[in-house]
Design a protein around this ligand. Sequence first.
Ligand code: HEC
Length: 218
Amino acid sequence: MKKLLVLSAFFVAIVIAQSCSDVKRNPNNAYMPDMAYSRAYETYADHKELSDSGIFYNASPVAGTVKRGDEAHYEILKDTTGGYNASAGLQNPLPALSAENMIEAERLYLVNCGICHGAKLDGKGPLVVRPDGSDGPYLAAPANLIEPSIQSGIYYKMSEGTMFYSITYGKGQMGSYASQVSPKQRWMIVHYIKSKQREKSAPATAAPAATDSAKAVK
Ligand code: HEC
């Protein structure tokens, strides 16, 4: 037993001594190196540099592809003048909102747009006018979406497609809200703005959009 112990200690010592050898060993060829060593795609890397080194990466989806689960695919691609004008012909693909969905649309509006356009859609959100009436930190003037006389009713006449376009790609001083609200949510918000405008211009039939259809979005 003692002999066996001495022998195995001897054996272990040899193994340790071997592993400490300073002989340089070459690792075997890596089969499929891309899998062994992942290529780091730097988020802010210069894409041209990447493509010059043989890596295809341009950070945008291939033109004409549709994201999986994308319900309301938007056909008009960004184009400063042509796309904006063409957007007027685009119909809201969502049916009139049920009362429940209108509440959700209002919530989406208040969360994403109200800070500038105001809870009353008058362009006087808390970023523009502070609660005490003084000027807020936001210097641009958000569109007053609810006043029919503004620019001869430009926002009343504005088609739902154009509103969608401006939310998607931004307009003038307003940035794009495409990453904050999904296409479906954008169309819901557009329904909400239009229903508020209808309420304002025809108060006798107030809140028609919220109640005139039992059809739900889903
Ligand atoms: C940070 C402030 C800000 C936020 C948030 C904001 N907007 Fe705007 N919005 C503006 C400004 C400023 C304009 C005027 C742009 C111009 O004409 O230069 C504008 C213009 C618009 C217009 C008119 C676009 C056109 O084609 O003339 C619509 C419609 C609109 N906003 C809807 C929305 C909706 C819906 C949201 C929420 C998803 C939203 N905005 C969020 C600042 C904002």
